[in-house]
Every structure is written in structure tokens, then in C-alpha cells.
Design a binder for this molecule. Structure first.
Ligand SMILES: [Fe+2]
Length: 360
């Protein structure tokens, strides 16, 4: 899935995607098409100057769209910005595609300095799934009733203490994970808790790694999945997301957790970044001097699915999912990492990771 910003595209690309919008089976989609064709969408009568239209695409196909703008259909309100013209094409419904688009739009709003976005809708029980909260009943431009929902995300930003530590406090980290799972629900939530707990327990057994930092690093290592089902992209998205919120230590773990041997080819999965993003990832990752926390989360990622599993079973599972490919050197490096932590804890890593009594 790729998200395109309509107004950043060439005229020919805009025409292509505009035609796709005309095929939507929704009156609002037809209206949007007309406004785009007549170049009226960004006028003060509609959603205003600087408004953006985002398109969720896969190859040449359009999956959905929405706008992010200063206005919507609620006049005379101090609230902004608004997410509007929200639409998913029928064949793309039910797969959390809107969550992918919304996560991106929220991130755009946040980087523009906003702490919340709003939606005007007559739906009940739809936006709630993504964390929106009903705020008020309002009148729309035509005098009809509409419901205004708010999605607040200002709380995600690091406070002074968190900024210094580079990690959020525990309750906030868990809230970030839960809010992110609403955008892209999946087994990665349970996996993240599993990695967090395993890391905390192994750190405690080691005695010289901070268990709280280990928990937080484990909990957020896959947070890039908030933005959809990316492969290498989840590494990049998580790293950038955490850095922008003011949590560079968490961002670093997002970056390093997939590269045991600090080169790009170590990543088993699709390389779905742009060449520039890939280059940026390689440069940042190779510049890291790996420490205990990087290695601990790499280990825990290798022994955790939704629960603690055998490291070889997990590698075989990854190998199966990617057509039988798994670099032998990486396999050996994983086993060596396990043995290294076994030496450091003096116990059985699996038992420690599961929190079994007397394991270390
Ligand atoms: Fe993971």
C-alpha cells in the first residue's frame, strides 16, 4: 500500500487518480470528483487553502481516500483540522485499510503541530473503532444535524523526563501501543507484549540491564505496524514515528531490531521502502554501535510470537513465510545470541522469558 498526496502529483497523475475517484459508489465521492475536476476543492467555500487529499493505493489501483483540511461541513467552529471525504472502495473494505490511511493523516496533522483531528459524520460506532470520541452535536452547512468526533493524540508526545530518557513512561507506552493497534489491529499487539515481558525478565536475570527500559523497548519495537502491513517499512515507520514523538531510544530499537548483523540484506521480507528511505535506514543502522538493549530485543523478537516459542521454530516459520529463504549466517547469529544470554543469566532463557519460578 502506498499513500499519495494528490496535490503533490503531476497533472497527468492527478487526472489518473481523479478518474478512479469518479468510480466511487458514494455521493460524496462524486462531489469530490466534481470539485477536483473544477479545481474548487481548495477554495474557502469548500475545504480551504492548504487542504490535502490523500489516496491509498496499491499499484495502479485506488483503495480509498480522505482529506485533511482546515474546514469541513461544520461552519463557524474553532476546531481543526478535519478529516473528511472518507471513503474506501468496496473491495478494500474490512481489511483495516482506512486505519492505514488514518494513521498517515494523523501523523501529517501532528507534524503540522496539531494535537487532535476532527470528523463530522452521521455514523455511530464507526470512528470509535479508531479511537475517536464523540464530542458534540452540530449543525452542518445546510442546517442538518451532524456528529463531531475528536481523535486526540497530543498525549503521545514526550514530556521533559521522557525526552531525557528517550522512552515513554510505561502507561503511556502501553497506551501508544493500544491506540496504534486500533489503526491496524493484528497479532503484533500480543507479540509486542510478549517481547516486552520477555525482555524485562531476561534483563532482570542479567542484573546489569535496566528491566524497565527493556520492557518499554520491547513493547514499542514493532510500533511501525501502526501504519499498516509494511515489511521493511515497519522498521522505518516505527523509527521515524518514535523520533518525532521525542523517544529516540525507542526509535533506535525499531531501527535495529531486524538487523542482527547490521546490513540491509539481513532483513527477511519485502524491501518496500523508496530508494531514499532505504539509504537513510542503512546509514542510520550501520552508524549504531549495538549495545545490550539492541541485542536483547533482537533475541526476544526471535523467541516470541504471541507467546514464547523455540527460536528454531520461529526462524523456520519466517523461512516458510518467505519462500524457504533464511540466511544461514543469520540463523547462526540468532543461536549465538541465545547462548550469549544464557551465559549472562546462567539460566534457561525460555523459562526466564516465560517468567517461570526459579528459572534464574
Ligand atoms: Fe517483532
Amino acid at each position: 500500500m502506498t499513500i499519495l498526496a494528490y496535490y503533490d502529483l503531476t497533472a497527468a497523475e492527478q487526472a489518473h487518480w481523479r478518474e478512479a475517484i469518479s468510480a466511487s459508489d458514494w455521493r460524496g465521492g462524486q462531489n469530490l470528483y466534481r470539485l477536483l475536476a473544477e479545481d474548487e476543492l481548495r477554495t474557502p467555500e469548500w475545504i480551504g487553502e492548504g487542504a490535502q487529499l490523500f489516496l491509498l493505493t496499491e499499484g495502479e489501483r485506488q483503495c480509498g481516500f480522505c482529506t485533511l483540511a482546515g474546514n469541513d461541513d461544520v461552519p463557524d467552529t474553532p476546531l481543526k483540522p478535519w478529516v473528511g471525504f472518507v471513503y474506501t472502495f468496496p473491495e478494500w473494505r474490512g481489511g483495516h485499510n482506512f486505519g492505514t490511511l488514518l494513521a498517515h493523516v494523523v501523523e501529517r496533522a501532528r507534524t503540522e503541530g496539531h494535537t487532535a483531528v476532527y470528523v463530522s459524520t452521521d455514523h455511530i460506532g464507526l470512528y470509535e473503532h479508531y479511537g475517536f470520541v464523540f464530542r458534540e452535536q452540530a449543525k452542518d452547512l445546510w442546517g442538518g444535524d451532524t456528529r463531531v468526533y475528536e481523535l486526540d493524540f497530543g498525549w503521545m508526545l514526550a514530556d521533559e523526563t521522557e525526552r531525557q530518557q528517550g522512552l515513554p513512561a510505561r502507561a503511556k507506552a502501553e497506551r501508544i501501543l493500544e491506540a496504534s493497534n486500533l489503526m491496524n489491529p493484528g497479532p503484533w499487539r500480543e507479540h509486542s507484549y510478549c517481547v516486552a515481558l520477555a525482555a524485562e525478565r531476561i534483563a532482570r536475570a542479567c542484573g546489569d540491564i535496566d528491566p524497565e527500559c527493556a520492557y518499554l523497548s520491547g513493547l514499542l519495537h514493532d510500533i511501525g505496524r501502526r501504519f499498516g502491513h509494511g515489511h521493511l517499512r515497519h522498521v522505518y515507520d516505527g523509527w521515524k514515528f518514535m523520533e518525532r514523538l521525542g523517544y529516540p531510544a525507542a526509535g533506535r530499537i525499531c531501527l535495529t531490531h531486524s538487523f542482527k548483523r547490521q546490513f540491509l540484506e539481513d532483513y527477511v521480507g519485502n524491501h518496500d521502502l523508496t530508494p531514499a528511505e532505504e539509504q537513510e535506514t542503512v546509514e542510520a543502522m550501520t552508524a549504531c554501535r549495538y549495545g545490550d538493549m539492541d541485542r536483547l530485543i533482537q533475541l526476544c523478537d526471535s523467541i516470541c510470537g504471541a507467546t514464547v516459542v523455540d527460536i528454531e521454530e520461529r526462524m523456520l516459520d519466517v523461512k516458510r513465510r518467505y519462500g524457504g529463504f533464511y540466511p544461514q549466517d543469520k540463523w547462526d547469529a540468532n543461536i549465538a545470541l541465545l547462548h550469549d544470554f544464557e551465559r549472562r543469566t546462567g539460566g534457561d532463557i525460555y523459562r526466564i522469558a516465560r517468567g517461570e519460578k526459579g528459572a534464574s
